[in-house]
Design a protein. Sequence first.
Length: 56
Amino acid sequence: MEEKSFNSPSSAEPDGEHSGFQPRGIILFVFLMLLGYGLYWAYLWFLTVIARGAGG
């Protein structure tokens, strides 16, 4: 029987390099961050203008 080494130096991907990296979920993450940012500013506007009353 032949023993196969899992840590062979002739691996297809050298350490630190990833070939064919697909950034899955990045667009969803950015969308959720922008949505949260918009909701945050809408809430601040609501507190400042509507709840406290503007000017009068």
